[in-house]
Write a protein that binds this ligand. Sequence first.
Ligand SMILES: Nc1ncnc2c1ncn2[C@@H]1O[C@H](COP(=O)(O)OP(=O)(O)OP(=O)(O)O)[C@@H](O)[C@H]1O
Length: 400
Amino acid sequence: MITDDPEPSRRGRRDPAGSEPPAAASIGSDSPADVPAEDSPDPVRHTLGAPVLTVRGLTVHYETDQQVRAVQDVDFVLRRGEVFGLAGESGCGKSTLAYALNRLLRPPARVVSGSVVFHDEGGDVDLLGLAGEELRRFRWKKIAMVFQGAMNALNPVLTVRTQLADVLAAHEPDMSASARLARCAELLDLVGVDRTRLGSYPHELSGGMRQRVMIAMALALSPDVMVMDEPTTALDVVVQRDILRELSRLREHFGFAIVFITHDLSLLLEISDQIAIMYAGRIVEQAPAGRLLDAPRHPYTVGLLNSFPSLTGPRREMRGVPGHPPDLAVPIVGCSFAPRCPYRRQPCDEHRPDLRRRDSASDGIAACHAYAEADYGAPAPPALLRGEFHPVETAEVVEA
Ligand SMILES: Nc1ncnc2c1ncn2[C@@H]1O[C@H](COP(=O)(O)OP(=O)(O)OP(=O)(O)O)[C@@H](O)[C@H]1O
């Protein structure tokens, strides 16, 4: 649930840089040959379209001898052409959410409640209600997924050509063999792998090439949405950057939207339009990437931002977020982040904070009592508004 704005006095305390709407760039025709070869100077700048996916109240548990509350009451809207970044520490529920979006969860996982609606051209489709052939047709054609470590998911005894052609044969049975072959070559062109590699086996390709082939497979049926779960984590930084640049170019050209999942918030800040921060199964803050960087409002986001160096901003002391995330098999009372939070006060231990609007309607949402004066019983700590995770005045604030 999202509640009202914080009071006007809180608004606009920080530099609004990054809050401008993105500049327009057109999305071209569907011909792969039209994809521009140059790198985009700013991959985030493009026009966002209408909603393509709406997630409401999504709750997923793992029902073992314990009940693991992996995803709790998650809401978000993904727009056509948008990169929606999802960040959070290991175990916070990111992969579970990704699998739920693609209907790939298996027992003991269970979707307890919520909805995932795909806004198709012909009307809305309730993804959680699809089954059998309908689901098979929908998956990969409308929503494709690139998994964590997917580059190791290629079949070692089949050539790249066979694996790409199999995807096309399964979903486009009427396509002729020669058209399929031509499409396989186009797909490799698209992801920047030489088409002579069609005859290669996975072990003959580098890690980066294998991951590009996986992206080519996900692109094969021109999906509207790509869910990418840590797609570049296993690659070295240079290869990672190359692939992200390629992905950004393809996204600009074809207009698909991406849910990009990673623990690497610095990477998300570069490529995302919107960023959601997950903690203990819930989204605790969401904002346009520039605003999240300039004006984080949730102390956990502040802690994550303080965990890596800024290339452009002022020098700051790098410190991680002390402590550990909670055990999701144990019911949480109050704010799940409270035990690690320098701004913790009494209400934090008793009531879970609702997601509230941040500085303005377009600025995003955050779930933190300290940011909501009425809950906190005191004005928001200035250090929190300055984006400090280890504020000198913490002790006074907490005792006030
Ligand atoms: N098969 C399972 N059975 C029971 N609990 C599970 C299972 N899979 C995941 N979990 C638990 O669900 C919670 C969320 O896990 P998930 O893998 O979605 O998190 P994550 O943020 O993607 O982590 P990572 O970045 O390490 O992949 C964790 O507490 C995890 O231990």
